[in-house]
Design a protein around this ligand. Structure first.
Ligand SMILES: [Zn+2]
Length: 385
Protein backbone atom coordinates (compact mmCIF):
# COMPACT_ATOMS: atom_id res chain seq x y z
CA UNK A 1 0.00 0.00 0.00
CA UNK A 2 1.51 3.35 -1.02
CA UNK A 3 1.58 6.15 1.55
CA UNK A 4 2.60 9.81 1.55
CA UNK A 5 5.75 8.83 3.46
CA UNK A 6 7.19 6.63 0.69
CA UNK A 7 9.61 9.28 -0.61
CA UNK A 8 11.11 9.98 2.82
CA UNK A 9 14.25 7.93 2.43
CA UNK A 10 15.95 6.74 5.61
CA UNK A 11 13.65 8.70 7.99
CA UNK A 12 11.80 5.83 9.72
CA UNK A 13 12.09 7.41 13.16
CA UNK A 14 10.36 10.63 12.25
CA UNK A 15 7.72 8.85 10.19
CA UNK A 16 6.63 7.00 13.33
CA UNK A 17 6.39 10.33 15.21
CA UNK A 18 4.27 11.83 12.44
CA UNK A 19 2.01 8.78 12.31
CA UNK A 20 1.50 9.05 16.07
CA UNK A 21 0.59 12.72 15.69
CA UNK A 22 -1.89 11.96 12.93
CA UNK A 23 -3.54 9.28 15.10
CA UNK A 24 -3.74 11.75 17.99
CA UNK A 25 -5.09 14.49 15.70
CA UNK A 26 -8.24 12.47 15.05
CA UNK A 27 -9.55 13.34 18.50
CA UNK A 28 -9.76 16.93 17.28
CA UNK A 29 -8.03 18.14 20.46
CA UNK A 30 -4.54 19.46 20.83
CA UNK A 31 -2.49 16.83 22.67
CA UNK A 32 1.14 16.28 23.46
CA UNK A 33 1.53 14.22 20.27
CA UNK A 34 -0.49 16.60 18.13
CA UNK A 35 0.75 20.11 18.75
CA UNK A 36 -0.06 22.98 16.41
CA UNK A 37 3.48 24.19 15.69
CA UNK A 38 6.35 22.15 14.28
CA UNK A 39 9.82 22.86 12.93
CA UNK A 40 11.31 20.47 10.37
CA UNK A 41 15.07 20.80 10.07
CA UNK A 42 17.63 18.97 7.98
CA UNK A 43 20.41 19.60 5.49
CA UNK A 44 19.45 20.63 1.94
CA UNK A 45 17.99 17.69 0.06
CA UNK A 46 17.22 15.60 3.13
CA UNK A 47 13.56 16.16 2.31
CA UNK A 48 12.47 18.46 5.14
CA UNK A 49 9.76 20.11 3.04
CA UNK A 50 8.65 16.77 1.58
CA UNK A 51 8.26 15.51 5.15
CA UNK A 52 6.20 18.57 6.11
CA UNK A 53 3.98 18.24 3.03
CA UNK A 54 3.50 14.50 3.67
CA UNK A 55 2.43 15.30 7.24
CA UNK A 56 0.00 17.95 5.95
CA UNK A 57 -1.48 15.41 3.55
CA UNK A 58 -1.88 12.80 6.28
CA UNK A 59 -3.64 15.33 8.53
CA UNK A 60 -6.40 15.97 5.97
CA UNK A 61 -6.63 12.46 4.48
CA UNK A 62 -9.42 10.15 5.68
CA UNK A 63 -6.94 7.25 5.44
CA UNK A 64 -4.17 9.07 7.34
CA UNK A 65 -2.03 9.68 4.28
CA UNK A 66 -2.80 7.19 1.51
CA UNK A 67 -1.23 9.45 -1.12
CA UNK A 68 -3.87 8.54 -3.71
CA UNK A 69 -7.22 10.03 -2.58
CA UNK A 70 -8.33 13.44 -3.81
CA UNK A 71 -7.45 15.11 -0.47
CA UNK A 72 -3.90 13.75 -0.62
CA UNK A 73 -3.44 14.75 -4.24
CA UNK A 74 -4.86 18.25 -3.94
CA UNK A 75 -2.87 18.81 -0.73
CA UNK A 76 0.35 17.94 -2.53
CA UNK A 77 -0.43 20.11 -5.57
CA UNK A 78 -1.35 23.13 -3.47
CA UNK A 79 -5.04 22.95 -4.38
CA UNK A 80 -6.50 21.80 -1.07
CA UNK A 81 -8.72 24.43 0.61
CA UNK A 82 -7.29 23.67 4.07
CA UNK A 83 -3.63 23.49 3.13
CA UNK A 84 -1.38 26.36 2.27
CA UNK A 85 2.15 25.68 1.03
CA UNK A 86 4.38 28.76 1.16
CA UNK A 87 7.34 28.52 -1.20
CA UNK A 88 9.59 31.55 -1.23
CA UNK A 89 10.93 32.76 -4.52
CA UNK A 90 12.73 35.83 -3.16
CA UNK A 91 15.57 36.09 -0.70
CA UNK A 92 13.30 36.88 2.23
CA UNK A 93 9.72 36.56 3.44
CA UNK A 94 8.42 40.01 4.32
CA UNK A 95 5.99 41.06 7.02
CA UNK A 96 3.35 42.08 4.44
CA UNK A 97 3.33 38.52 3.08
CA UNK A 98 2.84 37.11 6.57
CA UNK A 99 0.00 39.53 7.33
CA UNK A 100 -1.72 38.54 4.10
CA UNK A 101 -1.22 34.86 4.97
CA UNK A 102 -2.67 35.34 8.46
CA UNK A 103 -5.79 36.90 6.97
CA UNK A 104 -6.20 33.96 4.62
CA UNK A 105 -5.83 31.32 7.32
CA UNK A 106 -7.96 33.04 9.95
CA UNK A 107 -11.06 31.14 8.78
CA UNK A 108 -12.04 27.81 10.28
CA UNK A 109 -11.00 24.79 8.21
CA UNK A 110 -13.54 24.05 5.51
CA UNK A 111 -13.76 20.33 6.16
CA UNK A 112 -13.88 20.33 9.95
CA UNK A 113 -10.37 18.99 10.55
CA UNK A 114 -7.21 21.02 10.64
CA UNK A 115 -5.95 23.88 8.56
CA UNK A 116 -2.28 23.39 7.76
CA UNK A 117 0.34 25.91 6.68
CA UNK A 118 3.64 24.55 5.35
CA UNK A 119 6.36 27.21 5.23
CA UNK A 120 9.25 25.81 3.23
CA UNK A 121 11.78 28.53 4.00
CA UNK A 122 11.11 29.71 7.53
CA UNK A 123 14.79 30.72 7.70
CA UNK A 124 14.00 33.48 5.20
CA UNK A 125 11.53 35.27 7.46
CA UNK A 126 12.58 38.83 8.19
CA UNK A 127 12.56 39.68 11.88
CA UNK A 128 9.31 41.63 11.67
CA UNK A 129 7.72 38.83 9.63
CA UNK A 130 8.82 36.29 12.25
CA UNK A 131 7.31 38.41 15.01
CA UNK A 132 4.00 38.66 13.16
CA UNK A 133 4.04 34.88 12.75
CA UNK A 134 4.89 34.38 16.42
CA UNK A 135 1.67 36.14 17.44
CA UNK A 136 -0.33 33.70 15.33
CA UNK A 137 1.50 30.67 16.73
CA UNK A 138 0.95 31.88 20.30
CA UNK A 139 -2.78 32.32 19.78
CA UNK A 140 -4.55 29.50 21.65
CA UNK A 141 -7.43 27.45 20.40
CA UNK A 142 -6.97 27.89 16.69
CA UNK A 143 -7.26 24.88 14.41
CA UNK A 144 -4.30 25.95 12.32
CA UNK A 145 -1.19 23.75 12.30
CA UNK A 146 2.11 25.44 11.42
CA UNK A 147 4.83 23.36 9.77
CA UNK A 148 8.00 25.43 9.44
CA UNK A 149 11.02 24.16 7.52
CA UNK A 150 14.59 25.41 7.96
CA UNK A 151 18.14 24.05 7.59
CA UNK A 152 18.82 24.12 11.36
CA UNK A 153 17.05 25.24 14.55
CA UNK A 154 19.37 28.25 14.73
CA UNK A 155 17.77 29.58 11.55
CA UNK A 156 14.47 30.03 13.38
CA UNK A 157 13.82 32.84 15.87
CA UNK A 158 14.27 31.45 19.44
CA UNK A 159 10.83 32.72 20.49
CA UNK A 160 9.25 30.74 17.65
CA UNK A 161 11.27 27.56 17.96
CA UNK A 162 10.60 27.33 21.69
CA UNK A 163 6.90 26.92 20.87
CA UNK A 164 7.44 24.26 18.22
CA UNK A 165 7.94 20.54 18.29
CA UNK A 166 11.18 19.74 16.53
CA UNK A 167 11.54 17.14 13.78
CA UNK A 168 15.10 16.51 12.64
CA UNK A 169 15.75 14.88 9.28
CA UNK A 170 18.96 12.99 8.68
CA UNK A 171 20.98 12.73 5.52
CA UNK A 172 20.00 9.39 3.98
CA UNK A 173 22.78 6.91 3.19
CA UNK A 174 24.09 6.64 -0.39
CA UNK A 175 22.72 3.13 -0.52
CA UNK A 176 19.20 4.24 0.49
CA UNK A 177 19.22 7.00 -2.14
CA UNK A 178 20.48 4.60 -4.82
CA UNK A 179 17.74 2.11 -4.01
CA UNK A 180 15.05 4.76 -4.45
CA UNK A 181 16.49 5.79 -7.82
CA UNK A 182 16.55 2.16 -8.95
CA UNK A 183 13.16 1.10 -7.59
CA UNK A 184 11.13 4.26 -8.03
CA UNK A 185 12.71 6.01 -11.01
CA UNK A 186 13.99 3.04 -13.00
CA UNK A 187 17.61 4.28 -13.05
CA UNK A 188 20.26 1.66 -13.82
CA UNK A 189 22.16 0.41 -10.74
CA UNK A 190 25.55 1.75 -11.88
CA UNK A 191 24.17 5.22 -12.61
CA UNK A 192 22.10 5.20 -9.42
CA UNK A 193 25.13 4.44 -7.26
CA UNK A 194 27.25 7.06 -9.01
CA UNK A 195 24.54 9.74 -8.70
CA UNK A 196 23.82 8.86 -5.07
CA UNK A 197 27.50 8.98 -4.11
CA UNK A 198 28.34 12.32 -5.72
CA UNK A 199 25.08 13.92 -4.52
CA UNK A 200 25.86 12.90 -0.93
CA UNK A 201 22.37 12.02 0.19
CA UNK A 202 20.64 14.87 -1.67
CA UNK A 203 17.94 12.81 -3.32
CA UNK A 204 16.61 15.54 -5.62
CA UNK A 205 20.08 16.29 -7.00
CA UNK A 206 20.83 12.59 -7.38
CA UNK A 207 17.70 12.09 -9.46
CA UNK A 208 18.36 15.21 -11.57
CA UNK A 209 21.94 14.12 -12.22
CA UNK A 210 20.97 10.53 -13.08
CA UNK A 211 18.37 11.69 -15.60
CA UNK A 212 20.21 14.54 -17.35
CA UNK A 213 23.21 14.10 -19.62
CA UNK A 214 23.86 17.87 -19.77
CA UNK A 215 23.84 18.16 -15.98
CA UNK A 216 26.41 15.38 -15.78
CA UNK A 217 28.60 17.02 -18.37
CA UNK A 218 28.44 20.38 -16.53
CA UNK A 219 29.43 18.59 -13.36
CA UNK A 220 32.42 17.02 -15.09
CA UNK A 221 33.58 20.50 -16.17
CA UNK A 222 33.14 21.89 -12.64
CA UNK A 223 35.01 19.00 -11.04
CA UNK A 224 37.99 19.59 -13.30
CA UNK A 225 38.32 23.26 -12.40
CA UNK A 226 40.60 22.63 -9.38
CA UNK A 227 43.01 20.78 -11.67
CA UNK A 228 43.42 23.81 -13.92
CA UNK A 229 44.31 26.40 -11.28
CA UNK A 230 47.98 26.80 -12.15
CA UNK A 231 48.07 30.60 -12.54
CA UNK A 232 46.08 33.68 -11.55
CA UNK A 233 44.82 34.02 -15.11
CA UNK A 234 43.55 30.46 -14.93
CA UNK A 235 41.86 31.24 -11.61
CA UNK A 236 39.91 34.15 -13.12
CA UNK A 237 38.95 32.00 -16.08
CA UNK A 238 37.77 29.21 -13.78
CA UNK A 239 35.60 31.66 -11.81
CA UNK A 240 33.99 32.87 -15.03
CA UNK A 241 33.38 29.29 -16.19
CA UNK A 242 31.76 28.39 -12.87
CA UNK A 243 29.45 31.42 -12.86
CA UNK A 244 28.55 30.95 -16.54
CA UNK A 245 27.67 27.27 -16.09
CA UNK A 246 25.66 27.94 -12.95
CA UNK A 247 23.80 30.80 -14.62
CA UNK A 248 23.06 28.75 -17.73
CA UNK A 249 21.68 25.81 -15.81
CA UNK A 250 19.60 28.07 -13.56
CA UNK A 251 18.13 29.96 -16.52
CA UNK A 252 17.35 26.77 -18.41
CA UNK A 253 15.28 25.69 -15.42
CA UNK A 254 13.52 29.02 -14.93
CA UNK A 255 12.79 30.13 -18.51
CA UNK A 256 10.25 27.43 -19.26
CA UNK A 257 8.54 28.11 -15.95
CA UNK A 258 8.52 31.90 -16.44
CA UNK A 259 6.90 31.63 -19.85
CA UNK A 260 4.20 29.28 -18.60
CA UNK A 261 3.37 31.62 -15.72
CA UNK A 262 3.07 34.68 -18.00
CA UNK A 263 0.83 32.79 -20.42
CA UNK A 264 -1.51 31.57 -17.71
CA UNK A 265 -1.65 35.06 -16.18
CA UNK A 266 -2.57 36.56 -19.55
CA UNK A 267 -5.21 33.89 -19.98
CA UNK A 268 -6.62 34.73 -16.55
CA UNK A 269 -7.04 38.33 -17.73
CA UNK A 270 -8.54 37.19 -21.03
CA UNK A 271 -5.91 37.36 -23.73
CA UNK A 272 -6.84 39.61 -26.62
CA UNK A 273 -9.27 41.60 -24.49
CA UNK A 274 -9.41 45.09 -25.91
CA UNK A 275 -11.05 47.09 -23.10
CA UNK A 276 -8.62 49.74 -21.93
CA UNK A 277 -9.01 48.90 -18.19
CA UNK A 278 -8.51 45.21 -18.90
CA UNK A 279 -5.37 45.78 -20.91
CA UNK A 280 -3.71 48.02 -18.34
CA UNK A 281 -4.68 45.65 -15.50
CA UNK A 282 -3.09 42.75 -17.32
CA UNK A 283 0.02 44.75 -18.17
CA UNK A 284 0.45 45.75 -14.53
CA UNK A 285 0.03 42.17 -13.33
CA UNK A 286 2.53 40.92 -15.92
CA UNK A 287 5.01 43.55 -14.77
CA UNK A 288 4.59 42.46 -11.14
CA UNK A 289 5.07 38.84 -12.11
CA UNK A 290 8.18 39.64 -14.12
CA UNK A 291 9.64 41.39 -11.09
CA UNK A 292 9.02 38.30 -8.94
CA UNK A 293 10.50 36.06 -11.63
CA UNK A 294 13.62 38.19 -11.74
CA UNK A 295 14.15 37.86 -8.01
CA UNK A 296 13.56 34.12 -8.23
CA UNK A 297 16.09 33.85 -11.08
CA UNK A 298 18.70 35.63 -8.92
CA UNK A 299 18.09 33.17 -6.13
CA UNK A 300 18.28 30.19 -8.49
CA UNK A 301 21.65 31.34 -9.85
CA UNK A 302 22.95 31.68 -6.29
CA UNK A 303 21.65 28.21 -5.39
CA UNK A 304 23.25 26.84 -8.53
CA UNK A 305 26.64 28.42 -7.72
CA UNK A 306 26.34 27.08 -4.20
CA UNK A 307 25.75 23.59 -5.58
CA UNK A 308 28.85 23.90 -7.79
CA UNK A 309 30.94 25.05 -4.82
CA UNK A 310 29.74 22.07 -2.79
CA UNK A 311 30.82 19.81 -5.65
CA UNK A 312 34.26 21.45 -5.72
CA UNK A 313 34.50 21.03 -1.96
CA UNK A 314 34.12 17.27 -2.46
CA UNK A 315 37.23 17.39 -4.67
CA UNK A 316 39.34 18.78 -1.82
CA UNK A 317 37.65 16.49 0.66
CA UNK A 318 38.73 13.55 -1.51
CA UNK A 319 42.26 14.95 -1.78
CA UNK A 320 42.40 15.12 2.01
CA UNK A 321 41.16 11.52 2.25
CA UNK A 322 43.93 10.36 -0.07
CA UNK A 323 46.50 12.48 1.80
CA UNK A 324 45.40 10.71 5.01
CA UNK A 325 45.73 7.31 3.37
CA UNK A 326 41.97 6.73 2.99
CA UNK A 327 41.91 6.05 -0.73
CA UNK A 328 38.73 3.94 -0.68
CA UNK A 329 36.63 6.63 0.97
CA UNK A 330 36.63 9.07 -1.95
CA UNK A 331 33.38 10.39 -3.40
CA UNK A 332 34.57 11.25 -6.91
CA UNK A 333 35.84 7.85 -7.94
CA UNK A 334 35.37 8.82 -11.62
CA UNK A 335 38.43 11.12 -11.32
CA UNK A 336 40.34 9.04 -8.77
CA UNK A 337 43.60 9.23 -10.72
CA UNK A 338 43.58 13.02 -10.97
CA UNK A 339 42.75 13.27 -7.27
CA UNK A 340 45.64 10.97 -6.34
CA UNK A 341 48.00 12.98 -8.55
CA UNK A 342 46.88 16.27 -6.98
CA UNK A 343 47.15 14.82 -3.47
CA UNK A 344 50.75 13.79 -4.00
CA UNK A 345 51.87 17.17 -5.35
CA UNK A 346 50.13 19.51 -2.87
CA UNK A 347 50.63 19.94 0.90
CA UNK A 348 47.95 18.69 3.27
CA UNK A 349 47.59 21.90 5.31
CA UNK A 350 46.80 23.72 2.06
CA UNK A 351 43.91 21.33 1.42
CA UNK A 352 42.30 22.18 4.75
CA UNK A 353 42.66 25.92 4.05
CA UNK A 354 41.06 25.47 0.65
CA UNK A 355 38.04 23.67 2.07
CA UNK A 356 37.63 26.45 4.63
CA UNK A 357 37.88 29.04 1.84
CA UNK A 358 35.07 27.33 -0.09
CA UNK A 359 32.79 27.28 2.95
CA UNK A 360 33.62 30.92 3.58
CA UNK A 361 32.69 31.84 -0.01
CA UNK A 362 29.37 30.01 0.41
CA UNK A 363 28.58 32.03 3.53
CA UNK A 364 29.44 35.26 1.70
CA UNK A 365 27.20 34.32 -1.21
CA UNK A 366 24.36 33.55 1.18
CA UNK A 367 24.82 37.09 2.51
CA UNK A 368 24.38 38.55 -0.97
CA UNK A 369 28.03 39.03 -1.97
CA UNK A 370 28.50 39.58 -5.72
CA UNK A 371 28.74 36.08 -7.28
CA UNK A 372 31.56 36.64 -9.80
CA UNK A 373 33.75 38.62 -7.40
CA UNK A 374 33.28 36.02 -4.70
CA UNK A 375 34.18 33.19 -7.07
CA UNK A 376 37.23 35.07 -8.37
CA UNK A 377 38.55 35.66 -4.87
CA UNK A 378 37.94 32.02 -4.05
CA UNK A 379 39.62 30.64 -7.16
CA UNK A 380 42.69 32.84 -6.50
CA UNK A 381 42.96 31.28 -3.04
CA UNK A 382 42.47 27.77 -4.44
CA UNK A 383 45.21 28.43 -7.00
CA UNK A 384 47.79 28.83 -4.22
CA UNK A 385 49.87 25.77 -3.45
ZN1 LIG B 1 -5.32 10.17 1.18
Amino acid sequence: MPTVYDDLVGQEHLISILRGAVDASRTGEETQEMTHAWVFTGPPGSGRSSAAVAFAQALVCANKGCGTCSDCRSARDGGHPDIEIIRTEGLSIKVEEIRELLTRVSWAPSMGGWRVVVMEDADRLTESAANALLKAIEEPGTRTVWLLCAPTLHDVLPTIRSRCRHIQLHTPSDEAVAQVLINRDGVSPAMAHFAARVSQGHIGRAKYLANNESVRSNRTTIMRLPLQLNSLAAAFKAAQTLVDLATASASAASEARDEKEITSLQEAYGKGATGRGMASGAAKAVKELEKEQKSRATRMVRDSIDGALLDIATFYRDVMMVQSGNNEAIINSDIADQIAQYASTHPKHGTIDKMAAIMNARVNLAHNAAPLLTCEALMCRLAKA
